[in-house]
Design a protein around this ligand. Sequence first.
Ligand code: SF4
Length: 380
Amino acid sequence: MPATLQAPTPAHLLQPYKSLSNAELISRIQAVREQFGPKLLILGHHYQQDEVIALADLRGDSYGLSQTAADSTECRFIVFCGVHFMAETADILANRPEKLAERGGERIPVVLPDLAAGCSMADMAGIHQIEDAWDQLGEVIDTEDLTPVTYINSAASLKAFVGKHGGIVCTSSNAKAALEWSFARTSRVMFFPDQHLGRNTALGMGIALDEMPLWDPHADALGGSTEEQLRRSKVILWKGHCSVHQMFRPEHVQMLRDKHPGIKILVHPECPREVFELADEAGSTSKIISVVEKSPPGSKWAIGTELHLVNRLKQEHPEQEIHFLSPVVCMCATMYRIDLAHLCWTLENLAAGTPVNVIEVDPETARWSLVALQRMLEVK
Ligand code: SF4
């Protein structure tokens, strides 16, 4: 089973909550929030549904939320309304050695309201697949001259692998800086799990497509590449993608441009190259939000990222014309698993002193992940 994919909450535990109205759930959630006060932080990722975001103490992207919660001196409980790898990152940062020492050894439990809220992209790169690829590459190229780079959207085990092998974690904001950091050390990079972020970033740095072989973990040998392709490579891309951003197509860009003359296209770099290259602007969720916030009234945008975020931008900026860059629904189905019933169930268990769905990264994995995350901070 992929690292982040776990069984959903048993129905008999959730049923009493599923039968409540939203108003009842909200009132019970608010009661727990009042009981804990600033000791409890509910984190809401930008892609989360509106009812959940309305109850979050902080709204943001995965790293920003984890870092802010870890830096809070009052926080003693974190409930992460996001997906599994985000809760892992929050646990690594909030319970790192210096933070534990500051709290006299007290751990902060990090709760994921539904354990089945994984990430399809993170699940496309299992640690055993990465280790196997590294071993196979070692038979063709010098892996001492290869830096592994993992996108933050990956399991903690991959971040630890990267930490141990002299590599770095990147976000969608600093992927270019992370690649530059890597090329200052070695002549090659292996980038996982998102092929699109890796390819879009490397192309922008002048690396040619034929220097970026795609490693397919399901291929019979050498990830489906030839020895010659691997020897010529500068960036070896992992064959993974985000199932949400992969849905945006070049024809959607054309359709929006034909229908709304003057519209500008704003996309996330997890989108395929064919879409990324047609866009007027591209960037992380934080950049997408900031571009819209800074745009004058009357601006017209077609945005290629998760549906809940685009709809929220639309509601919050009625002075602008904002469209979703696809005729089909592209939403993060796993993130959507987190609803008021799951949130209420986990919060009431926390309040009762019987925490459920606590995500705890083992100490060795946490230690090496932290090494790779700290390198990421150095190149911000
Ligand atoms: S939007 Fe894509 S990358 Fe983000 S959590 Fe969902 S599946 Fe994973």
